[in-house]
Write a protein of this length. Structure first.
Length: 739
């Protein structure tokens, strides 16, 4: 060894010792450790921590750069996504912690949206369960599976409110209501993050897409979003805020612009609202190349400016855009961004890496044995079956056609009856179609009579001989169960539809089946509310089953045969026609509310205003009756809580569960208010003949809104309190709030 090499060697040892001591100072707080590490970092290394790249495994968009291993090695890339499984993660983590100067471990993110290997119902489906415990458990299990497969960060929950079923991503959210959406957002964040960040069965949550992504004009994905700030705060903001307040560690910006400024460069959204008003302390990541796309939006001339706008707005991490990596150094040199802001962004990311415990053990999520035992375990499948059946909504059940007698002869028909590939829906993690139970398998496992199967048609294609074969088995059977719907890829990202009916050939075959005179049960599978007035009129019974995931066939059979009495309620209105869209329950009264006796009121001349099935709607195999809501006082002071009691009775002959819903309306306010807004719900179980008194507490906050002057608060005056089993069928009481 030459003299100078020897000197370098000694310096290296000293330097690394020093670094190691700082990194591994376990008694210090994450903040202190992050600061000490930060002080030793070069600007390039800092920028590396602000950079997130996809591996070439399962890329979800255009891959801008290749050779991610070199980027890890050079410290240019501090975070990866789309790399999972213990083997792959270990291989990449090894490069980071053995071959880089500072040995900073990588974060591993992935879209674990409704399950990693055990696939749960799509989020819109789970939302229909109105069961926060089950939704939380689904997120918990998804996190445990993901963490067992090497991951420590999920790009979920998506909490974007949407009133537009044309938008394909409604499948990923919780539907149209801010209050239900907020409760679900909290349940999912807590479920993903578990007891504490750093546990080996938990992952960091990422609330997305901030903000307003669910309101693109025309329902077309990525399109412009524009609305008043009042509307934004009243209807779209609450779930983001709830998720942040529930402790979400990270937030993802959205692709859209809002009020003329793309979210990724929107200082008002990212800094003023998210950080200053809500106190968010985690880090903000862009969506996939959304930084670069600001050039197309036309608010910056080039990528470099896009990086400056983003960093100055509050974006910490660049997903896949490679902009920070290419330009941020130059921007610092030119004084366009401040070193202090870069440091702050790096600190936010390092803090979470320390919290995760990755410095102590970068391979803590890389245990092959845990991976084998956790993924797709019998307990996980059982939990999936449980929430799957709770997510099913009974839309129609003429003459109690359902549940089916197990001894009857069944004709199972339709392109989805014997299908597995579609059941895991869109955004299906590492789910495998072969692990799914098809409807045919599920039904055959529970039926005692014969089950005949014919596809009848494909998704989009009809053939005379297919139809004839289907009609022949229908005629030989006692009842037809037709499993029809969309393909999974017809919803999700970049899957907006201008026509939201059932594919025509499927609707045609249903009508032919009805003509046989046999009772027809329609089992729908789809990622969005569909416009199905014809089916609603002609089918004997309809079950909305969304995409239920791994246990779909078992859950559907449980409901078909009555092993489980359906209890789901729609989290989003089902329109009669796309022409009604957007149609949602919490609309405003207008100056000319609909009056059937007057032409000059707000209505369509060719169709009712009301959707086909309203928000909160869903039937059971039993029936429920409701008392009037009883407030504990008719006059109450601002600041006082109000207790509301409603008695609900099971008036049918089977035990069942009911989602009891509470709505309010502020009758006179300084700004127009919705005709009803959900402010509470409880899911209760009742035996036949049993009555339960359901109690709700309304706080001042529940009656608050953004007033004329944009301050948030309640205004004294009259309120209507409504309770019932869906948003369109409620009983009312009036109360008065005084100063
Ligand atoms: C989606 C995000 C997703 C990201 C990474 C984007 O196209 O909009 O929701 O998390 O890709 O896969």
């Amino acid at each position: 060894m030459g003299k100078s090499t020897y000197l370098l060697f000694i310096l290296n040892i000293l330097f690394f010792r020093n670094i190691q001591a700082q990194i591994y100072r376990p008694s210090a707080t994450a903040e202190q450790r992050a600061n000490e590490l930060l002080a030793t970092m070069t600007l390039d290394e800092k920028i590396g921590q602000l950079t997130l790249y996809t591996t070439d495994w399962g890329s979800t968009g255009p891959t801008i750069r290749e050779g991610y291993k070199n980027d890890i090695r050079s410290g240019a890339c501090g975070n990866l996504f789309n790399s999972h499984t213990v083997g792959f993660v270990r291989e990449l983590q090894k490069v980071a912690v053995e071959e880089t100067r500072l040995k900073i471990p990588l974060l591993f993110g992935f879209d674990v949206i409704h399950g990693y290997k055990t696939i749960f119902p799509i989020p819109l489906g789970e939302a229909a369960s109105w069961d926060m415990e089950a939704i939380g458990r689904s997120a918990r299990i998804s996190a445990a599976e993901a963490a067992a497969a090497g991951l420590n960060w999920t790009f979920a929950p998506m909490v974007d409110i949407s009133r537009d079923p044309r938008w394909g991503r409604v499948m990923e959210g919780a539907g149209e209501d801010p209050w239900l959406g907020s409760r679900i957002a909290e349940a999912r964040v807590r479920g993903f993050q578990g007891k504490k960040i750093g546990d080996t069965d938990a992952v960091l949550a990422c609330v997305k897409h901030f903000a307003g992504y669910g309101a693109p004009i025309g329902g077309r994905d990525y399109n412009t979003v524009d609305m008043s700030e009042r509307y934004f705060r009243d209807f779209y903001m609450p779930p983001y805020e709830a998720a942040v307040k529930a402790g979400a560690a990270t937030v993802m910006t959205s692709f859209n612009d809002y009020d003329g400024v793309p979210a990724t460069g929107n200082k008002y959204l990212l800094t003023d609202l998210l950080r200053k008003e809500w106190g968010f302390r985690g880090f903000i990541v862009t969506d996939y190349t959304s930084m670069n796309e600001m050039v197309n939006h036309g608010v910056v001339a080039d990528d470099k400016e896009a990086g400056e706008l983003s960093l100055n707005a509050g974006v910490d991490m660049d997903m896949q855009g490679a902009i920070y990596q290419r330009f941020l150094k130059k921007s610092v040199e030119e004084g366009k961004v401040k070193m202090a802001d870069i440091d702050e962004a790096v600190r936010r990311i390092l803090r979470l890496k320390f919290d995760l415990g990755l410095f102590e053990d970068p391979y803590k999520f890389c245990d092959e044995n845990r991976e084998k035992s956790v993924l797709l375990s019998p307990e996980n499948r059982a939990a999936a079956r449980d929430i799957s059946r709770k997510s099913i909504v009974l839309l129609k059940n003429d003459k109690n056609l359902l549940p089916l007698d197990r001894n009857r002869k069944i004709a199972l028909i339709g392109p989805l009856a014997d299908n597995k590939g579609e059941l895991i829906g869109n955004w299906n993690g590492a789910g495998n179609a072969n692990d799914c139970v098809s409807v045919l398998e599920g039904v055959r496992a529970q039926a005692k009579g014969e089950v005949l199967f014919e596809r009848g048609c494909s998704f989009f294609e009809a053939k005379k001989e297919w139809l004839e074969a289907a009609l022949a088995v229908a005629k030989q059977s006692d009842v037809v169960v037709a499993v029809v719907g969309e393909q999974a890829m017809m919803s999700g990202e970049a899957a907006a539809r201008a026509d939201i009916t059932l594919p025509a050939v499927q609707e045609e075959i249903l009508i032919e089946l009805v003509k046989t005179g046999k009772p027809v049960v329609v089992v729908l599978m789809n990622g969005r509310p569909l416009a199905i007035p014809n089916i609603a009129e002609n089918a004997g019974a309809i079950l909305e089953t969304w995409w239920l995931g791994t246990e779909a066939g078992n859950a559907i059979a449980d409901v078909l045969f009555g092993g489980y009495n359906p209890s789901g309620k729609l989290p989003m209105s089902f329109p009669r026609s796309v022409g009604q869209v957007p149609v949602f329950y919490n609309e405003k009264n207008t100056g000319r509310p609909f009056d059937p006796n007057s032409k000059w009121t707000s209505k369509y001349i060719d169709m009712p205003n009301a959707p086909l099935y309203p928000f909160g709607y869903g039937l059971s195999y039993t029936t429920f009756s409701y008392s009037d809501p009883k407030p504990d006082k008719i006059v109450f002071k601002k600041g006082e809580n109000l207790q509301i009691t409603v008695s609900v009775t099971n008036t049918g002959s089977r035990p069942g569960e009911e989602v009891v819903q509470l709505y309010v309306r502020d009758l006179v306010a300084s700004v127009t208010r919705p005709v009803r807004e959900l402010k509470g719900f409880q899911k209760i179980a009742l035996n036949p003949g049993e009555t339960k008194a359901v109690k709700f507490t309304l706080t001042e906050r529940d009656l608050s809104f953004y007033r004329r002057d944009m301050t948030f608060g309640a205004e004294p005056g009259e309120f209507e309190i409504m309770t019932g089993g869906n948003s369109a069928d409620v009983k009312k009481a009036k109360v008065l709030m005084t100063e």
